[in-house]
Design a protein around this ligand. Sequence first.
Ligand SMILES: O=C(O)CCC(=O)C(=O)O
Length: 415
Amino acid sequence: MKRNGSREKEKETKKQRLLEQLGDRWLPYLTSHNTDFHELWRTKYSKFMLKEASEVSEELHQEVQQAFVNLLEHGCFFQDLVRIKGKDVLTPVSRILIGNPGYTYKYLNTRLFAVPWLTEGHEIQYINEEISAACEALNKLNSYFRDEAIVALQKYNNSQAKKLESLPVSDAEQDFPGFMKEEHISEDNRSSCSHGNQCANLESRTSYNVTLINYMDPQQMLYLKQEPYFGMGKMAVSWHHDENLVERSTVAVYNYSCKDPLVPRMKEEDLKGRDPAIWHIGLKIAWDIKTPGLSVPLYPGDCYFMLDDLNMTHQHCVLSGLQSRFSSTHRVAECSTGTLDYIFSQCQVALQNSEHKSDSGTITLKSLEGTVVKQVEKIHNEGSALGWRYRGLRKRQSTAMPVQKREEKTMQHGH
Ligand SMILES: O=C(O)CCC(=O)C(=O)O
């Protein structure tokens, strides 16, 4: 805990120093209507991959978008009480975690427990048909993302391998440090993996076990923080790296902002930066003030992937548009000490040293031997440090649907 605290302080000092250095200047960033936008994306943000809505099947769009509506109508979204810089704050975005039975995900000192999607070997009774259908649709999206991420990683690795081959060895070392040579696979197909380990490696970094689903209606959030470095506008989620993920695992995201014909769009020629009516994902290289930031517009049904180590080397933020928006963020959560099975097994070990006296109703320790007490204390500390206990306070998102959404009921995608 202490080590986490001092790391946070260090980061905060670094951030304040950077902001002081900037004074009232903004750092440069590029967005879709800037000439060099695609060149910057290709050279500095090449592990960020966008899959436009038109590349995804209509059937999947409809099922996923209907799932979002069902979850909202059934009051499943909650603002989380998280801890930032020692203070408890409610997130502007409301969330629900859905995933493998018994899995949990921890972010900003808050552990969420997954509402299970149907998995072989588990029997799950849902409270109603609509929640059941929603979990099924998100599981389907999860499988789709797993297949797409493997293909994307293989394509990316092949393109890097080609670049590498064309460079003299000394330049290659300099330009591609840490590049994963073992993953240069000749075909774009999983079945073509020539080496078992390579496939296992790709599989383990794309086997999504949870999705953290976000919802926010900007009209209900009167105060949103302004992006502090580039002047990108209002943020729904501040700059961060996603936490508690398997190293170098890909994050896959489905974006759905509800279409609202009343939202005014600005003319491109009038725009100085990104269009504040449209939701964007902001990207920057962590602690780098020389490379311009990137602001990528997201239209209903667009999906994006943060491949390989992008989440470690770069930070991202979510820039608010004017419509309400859902996103389903699929992750390979690091769960070696975060599943219910693990938590229960550790509690079981700790409880073995306690005895319930039925006559007096008291609970006593069976043994006061040093090693036994120490082990119980270790489990207790582990539970506190890992936040096994549910922190309790979540604020339910209003279940009132935006009017236009209720009328449409099944939402459409498209630009
Ligand atoms: O909504 C998104 O596109 C990303 C959300 C995000 O960064 C997060 O939930 O950690």
